[in-house]
Design a binder for this molecule. Structure first.
Ligand SMILES: *Cc1c(COP(=O)(O)O)cnc(C)c1O
Length: 383
């Protein structure tokens, strides 16, 4: 096989071989906890499924390939993958994180790991000076999420990587929103890529899973040690579903991007809409960085309504018929959400409004349906 396959080819083939026992072209679901050994220590590479399972192993290799990394590790959820990253640190270590980040990420940092003596600083990362100001001898990790949820801010991964390297700090990037098809943080200088596989990689809203991908062998060993020691692994059935999802990742994300663009442009000229947040719009404040580090702008679109009234926003999310009112994102079906009362309800109003999560903010996960139907659905709900 060619050494450097392109994305669509890797998505379908990387890490996958016909089943040696039967020739089955699709990776079987090895629904087993253990493996018979010919003699003590004489096994075929698999001893116990927390440590390694063939279906999960195939997915880990496939994920590593599509992120241009060498080592992949899968977990029971995106947060379990993050849990593994932070467990590499020691009490007294400090982390600098994006201030505008997924609510669950903020929760695991502040309510789980602060208790164990790890200190977190949350800074606006489009200003790299804000990062440098927080660095000291204890800083061990920089955590970046880009694009951010729900404000669609873009952080310059390359610029942050330069700071991380100079100070000998690990850089981890949550690449959930972009997907490996649109953005590869390892190529931009990151040490660790994290995914909520639940979203675009699974792609069909039927699995909860997380993953890490790295290039460095020492880092990989530490990740596998924690994966096995803490045990937050995914099951083989879920690994199979995600392997199936990834085979169409490039096709789905192409359509997510096309539909996202048409919907962002429609909203941008709609008389009832105030602001539209989509990194592909030339008016987006970080459009230039998005263009430089992403190959497309995705299907996540947020917008606010003129007058900024809570009841207007609640009316829109109630009136849509194709868009389903739900948390989560990245599936083939379109979803609509109201951050102020759903994902960000726990954050005090004054706090959330500082980052842009106002009462009329609506977030769309634009699916891969026919875009004309999606546009008509939004037009109807807005009028
Ligand atoms: C959903 C999500 C997570 C958490 O992943 P789970 O699979 O729900 O545990 C982390 N980061 C981002 C950006 C997400 O959207």
């Amino acid at each position: 096989m060619q050494k450097e396959m392109k994305f669509g080819t890797k998505a379908i083939h990387a890490g996958l071989e016909p089943d040696p026992a039967t020739g089955a072209i699709m990776t079987p679901i090895y629904q087993t906890s253990t493996y018979v050994q010919d003699g003590v220590g004489n096994h075929k590479g698999y001893e116990y499924s927390r440590t390694l399972n063939p279906t999960r192993h195939a997915l880990e290799k496939n994920l590593a390939a599509i992120e241009n990394g060498k080592f992949g590790a899968c977990f029971g959820s995106g947060l379990a993958a993050m849990d593994c990253v932070i467990k590499m640190l020691n009490p007294g270590d400090e982390v600098i994180s994006t201030n505008d980040l997924y609510g669950g990420s903020y929760r695991i940092f502040t309510t789980i790991f602060e208790k164990y003596g790890i200190k977190f600083h949350f800074v606006p990362m489009h200003n790299t000076k804000a990062i440098e100001e927080k660095i000291n001898a204890n800083t061990k990790l920089i955590w970046v999420e880009t694009p951010t949820n729900p404000m669609m801010n873009i952080i310059d991964i390359k610029a942050v990587a330069v700071i991380a390297k100079k100070n000998n700090i690990l850089l981890a990037v949550d690449n959930t929103f972009a997907t490996p098809y649109l953005q590869n943080p390892l190529d931009l200088g990151a040490d660790i890529v994290m995914h909520s596989v639940t979203k675009y990689l699974g792609g069909h809203s039927d699995v909860v899973m997380g993953a890490l991908v790295v290039n460095d062998e020492k880092l990989a060993k530490e990740i596998y040690r924690i994966q096995n020691s803490s045990g937050a692994v995914c099951g083989p059935q879920d690994a199979f579903l995600v392997l199936r999802g990834i085979k169409t990742l490039h096709l789905r994300v192409q359509r997510h991007c096309e539909n996202g663009k048409k919907i962002a442009e429609f909203l941008n000229t709609h008389p009832k809409v105030d602001k539209v947040y989509w990194p592909g719009l030339p008016t987006h404040p970080n459009h230039a960085i998005a263009k430089a580090q992403m190959r497309g702008f995705g299907g996540m679109v947020s917008f606010t309504l003129k007058g900024n009234k809570l009841e207007d926003a609640l009316n829109v999310v109630k009136k849509v018929e194709i868009f389903a009112l739900a948390e989560s994102l990245g599936g083939v079906e379109s979803l609509i959400g109201h951050p102020a009362t759903m994902t960000h309800a726990a954050i005090p109003k004054a706090e959330r409004e500082k980052t842009g999560v106002v009462d009329s903010l609506i977030r769309l996960s634009v699916g891969v349906e026919d875009v004309d139907d999606l546009l008509a659905d939004l037009a109807n709900a807005l009028n």
